[in-house]
Structures are given as C-alpha cells and as structure tokens.
Design a protein around this ligand. Structure first.
Ligand code: MN
Length: 195
C-alpha cells in the first residue's frame, strides 16, 4: 500500500485566525508530506508494505512506527476542524452526554485537557479517546503516540509539537490550545465516537 497525503476538507485559510494559512501550508504540505514519504520508503519490501495504518501503529516499532503514527495522528487532527463556530462551540449528541457524565461539564473537561497539553513535556499529542465501554478518557502521548496502542478509540487531538503553533503563537502553547476549541468540528468527533 502506498500511503498518500490526505486532502484537507477546508481551504488552507479557512481556520484563520486560529490556525494561519502559513501554518497549514507547512504542517500539512511539508511535515505531514515528509511522514508519508518516509513511511513509503521505510515500509517498502517489509511486512508493513500493504498493512493499514492503524495496524502498523499497533505492531511496528522504530522509524516505521514513528512515521505511521504521525500520519495516523495528523489525518485525525486535520479532519477534525471546521471554520470557527464561535465561543459556544461544544460537544453534541451521545458524546456530549458521555463527557458531562465523566468530567462533570464541558468546562471541566476543557480545563483538564488543556492542563494535560500544557504539562506534556517535549513533543507529543493530547487525546480525547474512548475506552471499550464508551467512557471518554484524556491521554498524553509522547512523540508519535496514539491511544490505539492502549486499545482506545482516538476521537479528538491537539498536536503539541512546536511545528503546530510556532509560526502563529511562538512559544505560547497554552494560548494555542485555548484557541483550538473554536474550530473543533464536534459533529465529526461525535461521528467517530458513535461509529
Ligand atoms: Mn504536527
């Protein structure tokens, strides 16, 4: 299987001012493209050559895991956004009920999620995932980590690698994470949750 760069479901400037066209250009067009190219080179002629991405992430180690993980992570990341829906943007459907049940409120969930993003040392990802009983959990993953390796279903994520925010926010990771709530497409996240 040859892996390809996903097409964004919005125009590159559609997420401004939360994420600039320039950041999308580098993040999707350069960083993600490089992970795709690297995986295609590394997996050629190995047992991973024709394996679906999630299976590679569950089984591989080293460079193949790192590049496959980053493709899976960025595919979920880039397809979870929509143009800013305003401050009231929030979870819907069965996922909204589950978040309220587990965290008390969306505000409490957001506070814990941001805290986990701010305190993740170095490069990685913060995830909203669901366990096998449908309970929402927040996980911190280093580098290319994805909650599928713990048997969880990944739903929504924030990329805390500096390349995700340095052009627009410089060192202000917290400000970037707080702004991202405006562009989360909760209908898509709820679709993943109920799928
Ligand atoms: Mn990234």
């Amino acid at each position: 299987m040859t892996h390809t760069l996903i097409t964004l479901p919005y125009a590159p400037e559609a997420l401004e001012p939360v994420i600039s066209r320039e950041t999308i250009g580098y993040h999707h067009g350069k960083h993600l493209q490089a992970y795709v190219d690297n995986l295609n080179k590394l997996a050629a002629g190995t047992e991973y050559e024709d394996m679906p991405l999630e299976d590679i992430v569950r089984k591989a180690q080293g460079g193949i895991f790192n590049n496959a993980g980053q493709i899976l992570n960025h595919n979920l990341y880039f397809t979870q956004f929509a143009p800013a829906a305003g401050a009231a943007n929030g979870p819907c459907g069965k996922l909204a009920e589950a978040i309220n049940r587990e965290f008390g409120s969306f505000e409490a969930f957001k506070a814990e999620f941001e805290q986990k993003g701010v305190t993740l040392f170095g490069s990685g990802w913060v995830w909203l995932a669901a366990d096998k009983d449908g309970r929402p959990v927040i996980t911190q993953e280093q580098n290319a980590g994805n909650p599928v390796t713990q048997g969880l279903k990944p739903l929504m994520t924030m990329d805390v690698w500096e390349h995700a925010y340095y052009i627009d926010y410089r060192n202000r990771r917290t400000a970037h994470l707080q702004a991202l709530w405006q562009i989360i497409n909760w209908e898509e996240i709820n679709r993943r949750y109920t799928a």
